[in-house]
Write a protein that binds this ligand. Structure first.
Ligand code: ADP
Length: 231
């Protein structure tokens, strides 16, 4: 009963947080439309400004809705394909190299073949989220390192960056839904704080774990561990 109650409380909090996240962009859209409606004779520049704000907020809401779908639609999927984790990680990385290059971020990779049972779409989504964060929270000219290797019958995928890192207090909460270290900074970049909770959900469904470690001298390391296929 205790478990059911705490799941119910978590769900209620999740829904309240999701509603709150959607309320903010809606309020911004409403205010901007009210302002332009009240103007006697708005000119083209006024309209352009309003359209830009509305577009940005709609983009933010769409991303949030996409993430909410990910949270709910990824339960109960088949996780039974034999795949090479290194190939999936490489694919996730190659889809984001352009974004990294735009910020002059250097990419290092060290990929060794690792055979696991997985759902390739979900696994790629998890690695993509980590790479996306490694770019987002990095600095111009920073560095990202992706590694896939096996150790002790486990496939270990790490995504390291030389970015802003995570505070000790924050590290305890980053996998909680809607948690953000710096709300205004993360929101500016379009994040609602769901990415890492999605990663955790996916990895746990694969029978694995995800953890955070600070990188030295600065930045973050995310480590995914997924059991290898027994041979
Ligand atoms: P968001 O969509 O806000 O990026 P996430 O769930 O992916 O949400 O991440 C939660 C929070 O953890 C982020 O808001 C950010 O503060 C912090 N974070 C995640 N990845 C990194 C990283 N690689 N470097 C620094 N901070 C990070």
């Amino acid at each position: 009963l205790g478990r059911i109650e705490s799941a119910f409380i978590r769900e209620k909090r999740f829904t309240a947080d999701a509603a709150h996240e959607l309320k903010t962009p809606l309020a911004i859209i409403r205010t901007n439309l009210d302002v332009i409606k009240m103007m006697e004779s708005p000119d083209a520049a006024d309209y352009r400004e309003t359209v830009t704000v509305v577009q940005k907020q709609i983009e933010r809401m769409s991303q949030l809705v996409d993430n909410l779908f990910s949270v709910y639609s990824m339960n109960g999927y088949q996780i039974d394909e034999t795949v090479y984790a290194d190939k999936i990680a490489e694919e996730a990385l190659s889809e984001q190299t352009e974004k990294a290059e735009r910020r002059h971020i250097k990419i290092e990779r060290s990929l060794t073949p690792c055979r696991i049972k997985a759902n390739p779409v979900m696994l790629k989504h998890a690695v993509s989220n980590l790479i996306d964060n490694a770019i987002k929270y990095n600095e111009e000219g920073g560095c990202i390192a992706l590694s896939v290797r096996e150790d002790n019958r486990t496939c270990i995928i790490t995504v390291q960056d030389t970015g802003i890192g995570i505070s000790q207090a924050g590290a305890e909460h980053i996998f909680d839904p809607f948690y953000r270290e710096d709300k205004s900074r993360s929101r500016q970049m379009g994040g609602a704080g769901l990415g890492l909770s999605i990663v955790k959900n996916i990895v746990e469904q694969h029978g694995g774990t995800v953890e955070y470690q600070p990188n030295a001298p600065k930045g973050s390391i995310f480590i995914l561990k997924i059991p290898l296929i027994e041979t």
